[in-house]
Design a protein around this ligand. Structure first.
Ligand code: DOR
Ligand code: ZN
Length: 444
């Protein structure tokens, strides 16, 4: 089966611009890229005026499978990804049970083969049960397929344990990607420690629990600690969803010193403020929380100048019933797979905060390289590799309507926003799986 994509605009870096080319796909692979390609037996796609990029990669998603399939599952999550232009995702390990043993990751990857219509990879937990007490078996988990290690939802509370994780990572070329954010688990630990020391009256506030609450800064503290440890151990470190100006500053300085640190930002931390969160309500409740205008500006600038390497959605589905609770009781998290591309194109590329090529790099080859998927050809567009491709109409105007989403959940803070730019074709392994945002083929 051959597919010939005619007259697509491919992104060119030097000199910067677009080049009109044809792409011939034979079976699973890209066979040829060139001008006036001819293949009478191929199905033809007219891509005139559209941008063809490597299939988008989202290295931070939650598919809630196993354990909370009422929020999302491997099939619906993968459909949401495909509709949004993503051909590869890396899921977080905070499923129920968490992905902290080789048997669990093997089972998950087996399930994904049956249920996911895109390339599905997973991270594994840094600590057993995501509890912050003892490390998982990094080597066995990596052998079983873990792409990186993360305790999503919790920082690694102990300095010594984090140091140990980074040393293990360094020795075995494994990427440690902590969640440097305050969490209930972390709070409890601090409280317990203080109680032990006889400071019963001490009360740790939980500022993120209310939009009325004051500043919340432990992210920068954890980031500084983890960067210092990465510097000392010479390990690689990837920081999830950076949200504070102070964090951006710490990362920029560390990069200048040569620390092997990379980081990511989400569309919500790039585009929404804490003030907007108050208006939107629990659908904008997320951890790390939405911040001040100054923080948002610093995260944007960090993304543009390379301090922040890549974009990820942190697609974190929760049911309408859970998100309809009062702010204090609603869970943290927003969905993002079906809006990320449109938001990035509308609010970062159109106003020239990012060049088109930078935005696409940050959603394709950069995450692929950081998470070691580049060796499979993921995030690239060249002959010989698996044909994972996304065709984008930059001028397509559309409105975010959560009721049209493939995700099972509706917790999107961008409902009703008008966006420009959408994936009009998503191809995985040479097969068209989504066209104009509609899933046309799948393995279920
Ligand atoms: O907003 C968030 N949602 N932050 C986290 O750290 C966890 C995530 C989730 O799993 O829902
Ligand atoms: Zn997450």
């Amino acid at each position: 089966m051959k597919l010939l994509i005619k007259e697509a605009s491919l992104i060119k870096k030097e000199p910067e611009g677009l080049e009109t080319l044809d792409v011939l796909i034979n079976g699973e692979r890209i066979e040829e890229i060139g001008q006036d390609l001819y293949a009478p037996e191929a199905s033809i796609i007219d891509a005139h005026g559209k941008i063809l990029v490597p299939g988008l990669v989202d290295a931070h998603v939650h598919f809630r499978d196993p354990g909370q399939e009422y929020k999302e599952d491997l099939h619906t999550g993968s459909m949401a990804a495909a509709a949004g232009g993503f051909t590869t995702v890396i899921a977080e390990p905070n499923t129920i049970p968490p992905i902290d043993t080789p048997a669990r990751i093997c089972h998950l990857l087996d399930m994904a083969k049956k249920k996911s219509i895109i390339n599905f990879y997973s991270k594994a937990a840094i600590t057993k049960g995501l509890k912050g007490n003892s490390l998982t078996d990094f080597i066995k988990l990596r052998e079983a397929g873990a792409m990186a290690f993360s305790d999503d939802g919790n920082p690694v509370p102990g300095h010594r344990l984090m140091r140990k994780a980074l040393i293990k990572g360094k020795q075995n070329r494994i990427l440690v990607s902590p969640h440097d954010e305050e969490s209930a688990l972390y709070r409890e630990r601090v409280l317990r420690k203080r109680m032990k020391r006889g400071k019963q009256s001490f009360c740790v506030e939980m500022p993120y629990s209310s939009p009325k609450a004051g500043p919340y800064t432990s992210e920068a503290g954890f980031i500084k600690r983890d960067i210092d440890l990465a510097e000392e151990t010479e390990a690689r470190l990837h920081l999830s969803h950076v949200s504070l100006a102070q964090s951006v500053d710490i990362i920029a300085k560390a990069k200048k010193r040569g620390v092997q640190v990379t980081s990511e930002a989400t569309p919500h931390h790039l585009l929404l403020t804490e003030r907007m969160a108050k208006e939107i309500g629990p659908n904008a409740k997320v951890n790390p929380p939405l911040r001040s205008e100054e923080d948002v500006a610093a995260v944007k600038e960090g993304l543009a100048n390379g301090t922040i390497d890549m974009i990820s959605s942190d697609h974190a589905p929760h049911s309408p019933e859970e998100k309809n609770r009062p702010w204090e009781e609603a869970p943290f998290g927003v969905i993002g797979l079906e809006t990320t591309l449109g938001l990035v194109l509308t609010f970062l590329v159109r106003p020239d905060i990012l060049k088109l090529y930078q935005a696409i790099d940050k959603m394709t080859n950069i995450p692929a390289r950081i998470f070691g998927l580049d060796v499979l050809g993921i995030g690239q567009l060249r002959p010989g590799i698996k044909a994972d491709l996304t065709l984008i109409d930059l001028n397509k105007k559309w409105m975010v309507e959560v009721n049209h989403f493939y995700s099972k959940s509706r917790n999107c803070p961008f409902q009703g926003w008008e966006l420009y730019g959408k994936a009009v074709l998503t191809v995985v392994g040479g097969r068209i799986i989504a066209r104009d945002g509609v899933i046309v083929s799948g393995n279920q």
